[in-house]
Design a protein around this ligand. Sequence first.
Ligand SMILES: *[C@@H]1O[C@H](CO)[C@@H](O)[C@H](O)[C@H]1NC(C)=O
Ligand SMILES: *[C@@H]1O[C@H](CO)[C@@H](O)[C@H](O)[C@H]1NC(C)=O
Ligand SMILES: *[C@@H]1O[C@H](CO)[C@@H](O)[C@H](O)[C@H]1NC(C)=O
Ligand SMILES: *[C@@H]1O[C@H](CO)[C@@H](O)[C@H](O)[C@H]1NC(C)=O
Length: 317
Amino acid sequence: MFENRYLIISVTCFNILFIFSNIWLFRRAYEPVINSIKSVQYQQQFVPILYNRVPKCASTLMKMLFVKQSRLLNFKFLEAKVYTEYKLNQVEQKHFVNKLMNNSKTLTLFERHIYFIDFNRHQHIQPFYINLLRNPLERAISDYYYSRYMCTVKRKTCFRMNLAYINETLDDCIIRNENQPHVCTSLEHGVHSAIAFFCGQSSYCEGYKTIEEALWQAKSNIVKYYKLIGITENLFKTFSVMEHVLPQFFANISKLYLRQKKKRIWETPKAYRIEPNNRTKEILYKALKYEIDLYTYVKRRLDRRYDEIFSAKKKIE
Ligand SMILES: *[C@@H]1O[C@H](CO)[C@@H](O)[C@H](O)[C@H]1NC(C)=O
Ligand SMILES: *[C@@H]1O[C@H](CO)[C@@H](O)[C@H](O)[C@H]1NC(C)=O
Ligand SMILES: *[C@@H]1O[C@H](CO)[C@@H](O)[C@H](O)[C@H]1NC(C)=O
Ligand SMILES: *[C@@H]1O[C@H](CO)[C@@H](O)[C@H](O)[C@H]1NC(C)=O
């Protein structure tokens, strides 16, 4: 009897000790995790995501997926209805920045075709920028015919295009501009520069004569402010990195994409897309040298990020 009581007391003492030591061990083991969750929530409550989408890089597909994601994961997805004004004056910039920052109380993903804006210059923290890029030759061809389709068939916008060349095919444009083929991939001919989207609002970001400087600035902004830039040619890798880098917005987005019936969205009907001949393509490829430089740079960055994430995961397993 006496011994039994001793046994119960000592077992109870041991249990209490055991429980306390476990709680202590648990806290120690998970403290970094708990703290990192806190800091992520803290950050993301106040830092909006800005997808300043480059035209003709699967952005319609992305938009569709983001709308669905926003319902599943309960964040706000705001889509701008402005499709043509990428370059804003100081007053418009300030208004845009304030509007975006007004949403910083909730998790927000904001999307608009717009050149990079430096929020620090407007006394605000920088948002987390994201974007997608596509092979520059394919993108230029797509943009060339999409702009014409929007201007002549849909009669929606002929933004900054020279109407004298509105019916010209890309092949004809290259023949007419034999000595300056880069003209055919300019805004005047309905093609946007991806470099300008990453470079920003300064006028040198758009000019062909200043393209080296613009490219340098674009890369600098990418390193500093872009959480991720996907590649249209490798959506699987893009989604895998997205899921990892910003799970509050993109968790399980690969599965969503795989369940999606439409794997690709053509906005320009086939009748209005004219495949250029091989000679035109070769010439354009050379003319797009700087755009290809940026694309290669972004692609390598995505590959590196993907390898980092998945080799680290393998080590844990
Ligand atoms: C931001 O919010 C404030 C206060 O709610 C409002 O007065 C202001 O007009 C908003 N700014 C923009 C650009 O939406
Ligand atoms: C382009 O084609 C349309 C329809 O054929 C025609 O009405 C228009 O005048 C043409 N524009 C130019 C600049 O050639
Ligand atoms: C992602 O999918 C897995 C498996 O279907 C599920 O367990 C998990 O809760 C999902 N994550 C989110 C954030 O919805
Ligand atoms: C154009 O190039 C593609 C791929 O390099 C090739 O398959 C095709 O035969 C070429 N077409 C012509 C007309 O030379």
